[in-house]
Design a protein around this ligand. Structure first.
Ligand code: C5P
Length: 235
């Protein structure tokens, strides 16, 4: 069954500081979104990439895709995004042609994910998992707190989950198409990833090994790291 990727790229990227929408900011001269599209299209299993663009910026994103060399065997679609990441993903799913049975959802903010990670996610879905997430162990110990009402004031610690049982999850997350569509129709709570919606349906979500280069570009320091990774790849 053919595989499509939905790339939500409609966020403003406030935490990165002032400037263009995050996905359109340059990494070594090329917009982050183009890196992300190439990373997914690098998999020979992915035959369609749907980019969910900032709602005002769909035409600009379309011309960006036309201006950059992308694999011939991959089709590209651009649709306008929504107010939340969840809504943007749903708008991407609405544009998905019927023949695609496997869907990846990948943040434009993870431009450097290696193709081996993409392929590992696809393989696990094809082997029957309804939902698959790339995951890494944590370096930091994590605390649950009572969030402060005033930013910057001390927060009481509530609990310390056992670190060895925790994983940081990345994208692309991979899904059986019908499962993801049902999750988006059923779950209305705010979520920060797609797999958690499938968990709420009571279905099995599994992990495959993630990769440190699949980190999310969120804050200014992440741009420094991303540039360094690209420089190392060029050596
Ligand atoms: O805000 P966060 O870092 O979780 O965003 C993850 C991804 O979701 C980014 O690629 C961002 O562009 C996308 N997004 C979106 N539509 C929104 C908000 C975020 O497509 N309304």
């Amino acid at each position: 069954t053919p595989v499509a990727a939905v790339i939500p790229a409609a966020g403003r990227g406030v935490r990165l500081g002032p400037g263009a929408p995050k996905a359109l900011r340059a990494l070594s001269g090329t917009p982050m979104l183009i890196h992300a599209v190439r990373a997914l299209a690098a998999s020979r299993h992915v035959s369609l990439v749907i980019v969910v663009a900032p709602s005002e910026g769909a035409a600009e994103v379309k011309s960006l895709l036309d201006a950059h060399a992308l694999p011939e065997r991959t089709d590209f679609l651009v649709v306008p995004g929504g107010e939340t990441r969840q809504e943007s993903v749903r708008l991407g799913l609405d544009a998905l042609p019927p023949e695609y049975g496997v869907v990846l959802v990948h943040d434009a903010a993870r431009p450097l994910v290696p193709v081996d990670t993409v392929d590992a996610v696809i393989e696990a879905v094809r082997e029957g998992a309804p939902a698959v997430v790339p995951a890494l162990p944590l370096a930091d110990t994590v605390k649950e707190v009572e969030p402060a009402t005033v930013a910057g004031t001390p927060e009481p610690v509530v609990a310390t989950p056992e670190r060895a049982r925790l994983r940081a999850v990345q994208t692309p997350q991979g899904f059986d198409r019908a499962t993801l569509v049902r999750a988006h129709e059923t779950v209305t709570d705010d979520v920060t990833d797609d797999a958690s919606m499938v968990e709420q349906l009571g279905l099995r979500v599994v992990t495959v090994p993630g990769h440190e280069e699949a980190f999310k570009v969120t804050r200014p320091l992440d741009l420094v790291l991303a540039e360094a990774v690209l420089a190392r790849r060029r050596l």
